[in-house]
Design a binder for this molecule. Sequence first.
Ligand SMILES: O=C(O)CCC(=O)C(=O)O
Ligand SMILES: [Fe+2]
Length: 343
Amino acid sequence: MTVDIASNEFALLRIVNMKRLSQSDNQEVRELVLAAKTDGMFYLDFSDFDSDLYTGMVNDIYSLSRSLFNLGLEEKLRYDIDTLTDLKTNGYKPIKRNLGGTPGQRDGFESYTIPPSSIFELTDEPFPRPTPIDEHWDTLRQFTIICRTSADIILQALSEALDLPAARGFESFHRQSESTLDIIRMLRYESADPAENSTMCIPQTAHTDLGSITLLFSNRPGLQLCPRGSDKWLYVKPQPNSAIVNLGDAISVWSNGAFQSALHRVASLPNRGMAERYSFGYLMRPVNNAPMCSLLNYPEGELERSIPSCQEWMQAKFVALRGKTEIGGTAILTGRPESFPIS
Ligand SMILES: O=C(O)CCC(=O)C(=O)O
Ligand SMILES: [Fe+2]
């Protein structure tokens, strides 16, 4: 797809090579830390990875996504995410259930969420699901392993950069062998006619991700980043063999703002209407009782009552995303002051 957008409308994100980062290469660690301090978003380049395996895996998840969204609405609503789970780890969200990015409008995407903990049978929670999920089970396991391993390496490198003791490192608040609230989320953005959206349409509202690390995959433009200290939205160009990594709320809160959470949204290209768009991501979350406070001077021992746990943070954010209340205003949604214009 050719994109006629001026080059200054694109974010110049840093590129971190996954293989070299896993070898603790100094230059790669430096790039990661700089990206975390500035944009909270970067490309994670899997080029030195087994490229057949990588491409096969990514294509297979797109194919799962198409099979799920092609099911009839009635079938999809049998797995309604809001009736299946409290913490929204399994099921379908129809278009328009969330807050939209344009004032007065609801969102313009449907999503299907899968819990990796159920794919790995780490929990006894019931896992109602349509058959395409079973048909792609091995890929979902492989995808989970690659994303979790990559995220863990990122967490360790960021903790070391802050000199956090191992017992309080970011990675210590993620336990891969236990059931977690991580999710794999597939999204399909509905196309919208340019005549009805003469300038721009914003099907996904501005937000920061509520967990720690998100690995995002899409081969279509539309994702936008608003860097900290700016009010300008920049497009993020998809790059081959690369995931886009977003740092979420936990990283910004734990590092006391030394690292940024990435404020992002999905918007149409200027004057183009919205093209149908598929994306998917692995969203990693800390353990439920992880404290949402700075870890730089966090004392050993019991969590203070006044500090929200990660689970409480997630619940407040879900309420804000659904746009059902003004609790916390836009601040919990965007990680920016109340006055931040979200559209
Ligand atoms: O579709 C995208 O590129 C972004 C998705 C996203 O931000 C999310 O699922 O939290
Ligand atoms: Fe997001």
